[in-house]
Design a protein around this ligand. Sequence first.
Ligand code: NOJ
Length: 556
Amino acid sequence: MSIVNADLAHLSPKDPDWWRQSVVYQIYPRSFADANGDGLGDLRGIISRVPYLQSLGIDAVWLSPFYPSPLADGGYDVADYRDVDPRIGTLEEFDELVAALHLAGIRLVVDIVPNHSSDQHPWFQQALAAGRGSAERDRYIFREGLGADGELPPSDWVAAFGGPRWTRVDDGQWYLGSFTKEQADFNWNNPDVREDFLTTLRFWADRGVDGFRVDVAHFLVKDLPDELPSWEEIWKLDLNSGTHPLQDRDEVHEVYRQWRQVLNEYDPPRSAVAETFVTPDRRAKYASPDGLGQAFNFDLLMADFDATQFRQVISTNLDLVASSGSSSTWVLSNHDVTRHPTRYGLPPLDGRDVKQGVEWIQAGAPADGIDLDLGSRRARAATMLMLALPGSAYLYQGEELGLHEVGDIPAEHRQDPAFFRGGKNDGLGRDGSRVPLPWTTTGASFGFGEAIAHIPQPTWFSGVSVEAEEADPASSLALYRDALRLRRELHTEEKLEWLDDLSGDTVLAFARPGGWVNVTNFGAEPVALPDAEVLLTSSPLQDGLLSGAATAWLRA
Ligand code: NOJ
């Protein structure tokens, strides 16, 4: 496969609004394609797969961290914000990747991780060396401990992936690490930190990057009182006040206003999307035009496969973006959660944390409590519905193959700090969605590379490889390609009209301008479709009826 001359009209290089309704495909670089045969994905591997990305019909790639990193958290522990991890590639290869993607009509969004750096970052090492009270230490959040000799942590706070949030250094002080002890939180009240991230934004924007995905965007600014509340007390504080000591403080928007000015120095302005876990009304601030411009909503990802929940999530988010001037973001899978075909094969979440579903997974064969086939059919239906919504859609690598979560990774091959600290996904962690992609039906790592992949792949990956699915017109890959091609043809204004005559407890129907109609059957029984041209269905029609757990796109 080679790059087909891009449809430059579609790319519209100067379009400032390109992100509003884009399909963005997330690449977790260490698990996408391994060109140098060391078992770890790399930039050359991605470059070699640009024709594949182009054949999918996506608009942009979001590249998860590829920076030098000790990999204490899959690269979200950055040791140098302005370089490429030598195991992944070089800056020259990064430039080649940008050029290859642009030639293929695909934009590039990179991940930026501003809440914390790796403890191996030179600034953190300098902070350790310079000692208490120094300017170097002020770039992070250091405190004296409690107890007679400061031998107790400043508070009993728990890190996001389990374990204590404070770590003691040799001279007795403690530093804050909201996720792991290898990820030290920056002090965003320090001007060096603010300035350095502006330099980083310019560094990548100058290299042709089109946008940024901002990791835990609501965490950056903190204000810790002298007497720290207990962990129990922290959770009683109002998360929506804008004055919470640890997150979503109003001052964080000063940071993003400054970022926006830098992003607007470029033509077209660079886009940015905030990863936030805040209430919907507070999300709008991150998405405002003088802020980052767009914010993730994970509401669809947290919902069960249920018509009422989907409708409520969609309506709320469309109302919200109407008020912020942004466009909505839709996500069903990413590198942090159980893949959506697996989630949808589990008993309903009923509001439980989406990650808890992993406890049920027994990869390879339906196990008690999970129906893999039902999960797959629902996933295809939900994906088509998502792709029919106004706004941008974020896809996660491998979902186009309909991959299920890999549940049975032996402990010695797991990498996620959450697995070792018991802090996420009921202790299983997130490796099950980060297993390297299968490209071919055979080979040491199913075409991922020449070597055994850095997280072991299950034998069933052969049947869901790109090679296997390209030979099957009914495959998930074929469906994604058809859906993305049609979406590009059909999507127009960012509007949606509910078709109440066709909707019900288990059916959701809506129309987009120009006569594009989406009908999703969330129930088990087939339903009749209106008299219109059927463009695509997620499962074959049954005697002309839309089967259970299926979506149809029609032209009205
Ligand atoms: C959110 C990222 O998506 C996740 O993978 C990471 O572990 C945390 N932020 C910490 O950076």
